[in-house]
Design a protein around this ligand. Sequence first.
Ligand code: HEM
Length: 500
Amino acid sequence: MFSTFSKVNSFLIKFFYGLVALFLGNYVIKFVQRVRKLPPGPWGLPFVGYLPFIRQDEYNHVTQLAAKYGPVFSFKCGQFDVIVINQWKFIKEALANEHLLGRPKATFIPGVMEHSSFAEMSGEPWKQQRRIALTTLRDVGLGKSEMEDSISDEIKSFIEVIKSYEGEPISISNKLSLSVSNNISTLIFGHKYAYDDPVILVLEKLRVLTNDTLRYFNVAAFLPTIVSLIIKLNLFSLSNFKELFKKFESHLDDEIDEHRKKDNNGYEINDYIDGFLNEMSKRQNEKDSTFNINTLKRNAATFYGAGSDTIANTLEWIMIYLVKYPEYQERIRDEIKQTIGLNRQPENVDRKEMPFTMAFLYESLRFNSLVPLNLLRRATEDTKVGEYSIPKDSLVTFNFWSVHHDPNLWDNPELFKPERFLNEDKSKAIKPPYLVSFSGGKRVCPGESFAYLQLFLYLVSILQPFEISAETGKDISLERVQKFLIRPKILPDFIFKNID
Ligand code: HEM
């Protein structure tokens, strides 16, 4: 009896070891197959991969890794294989690749954002949502003269705020952001906010938290399986994000309720929320439709965030360059005097007559490269870029920074030189295809023209009445700091001196 028991026991032990060996063998084969398929790159640790080794200045770090491992390289980042594409030749090809249009399967911040906006969707749902969003925004004013008038009115209020300081130094960041966010609010919610509205103050807190803490290679996005633990332990400010996000969502609920009340007598479409509700009701019998309230809330939040912070941050950089290079400030003002004059408010059409101003805007976008690494993409099929394999479901990053600072494309890329965008007789500003601040291809930033419109109108409107300088004795630093966006490390207080 004892010997039968020990025979069974030893059989079970052997069976167990056999299973372990099989499992390990299978794991090793799969691991080798995966690694052989991937472009070369640095090794990392089990589970976390290379994530803990990525430096704060992520754009610089990946550019240096590209110099070591090649223009298309890969690394394991948390739970995902990440492929970084550098150099214009490869990025251009990748932007046109239909299999690289997906986004990661989770939301931007898993655990904080539960549902996906269209900016986080892939495939057919993304296509439908993006198409309807762009048509709705066009219908409610994007690209129309009413929108331009509304921005010009907003700028007037902003200029009044600056005037009220009577030449005293101003901390400009939140003033810019409160003003600029009213432009996207008009499109999404159908109204602006007073600069001291409690709702906008919550949104402002969320903006500051995002700017100060959220990295591109962040733990939540790359280790989604442990995100609830991270939130419980309140690491990486994730529970603060969650709390502020809840407040934002509850405000969105109120906005949507207001819109629904208004829409009782048929749909009059004045803003994006109206347009979405209308589409949702048309599609109410459609199976698996993504046109539901959760998507509406996330789309509205995404448009609001993407449409305000990017512009405000670019304007911060623009002010730094205007003060650092007063000769360019003077040259833009001269162009304003020759075309619009100092009293008439600028219009979009004036851009054509103002090549130097446009060249200055292009150079500002190139030089700071606000979004140095595009929003993560995901390969929806096995594919290739050049000779490099990109396996299905790996995450893909385009290093726009490397393109904007490539000495093969730009003469002295580390110099701020707007003239590089002017044609020979300086009568036109030319934007080359490798200025990719807004990405490219089918997933190009849908806010590009809205962004140029605002940047142009704010820049000109600020330089018409004011000469900008920094507090006396304060040197202007061009140092960058990267979180998700590249921001100025030091934003000095500015002095806006009345010209007359
Ligand atoms: C200086 C200003 C801006 C810059 C530099 C910028 C840059 C970008 C970049 C690089 C992407 C990633 C595209 C990709 O995946 O390849 C993007 C996506 C996006 N941007 Fe912008 N953007 C700016 C302003 C705006 C504005 C004003 C809006 C709102 C109207 C906006 C809305 C969006 C949205 C919704 C997406 C996601 C698109 C999708 O996934 O289909 N952006 N932007």
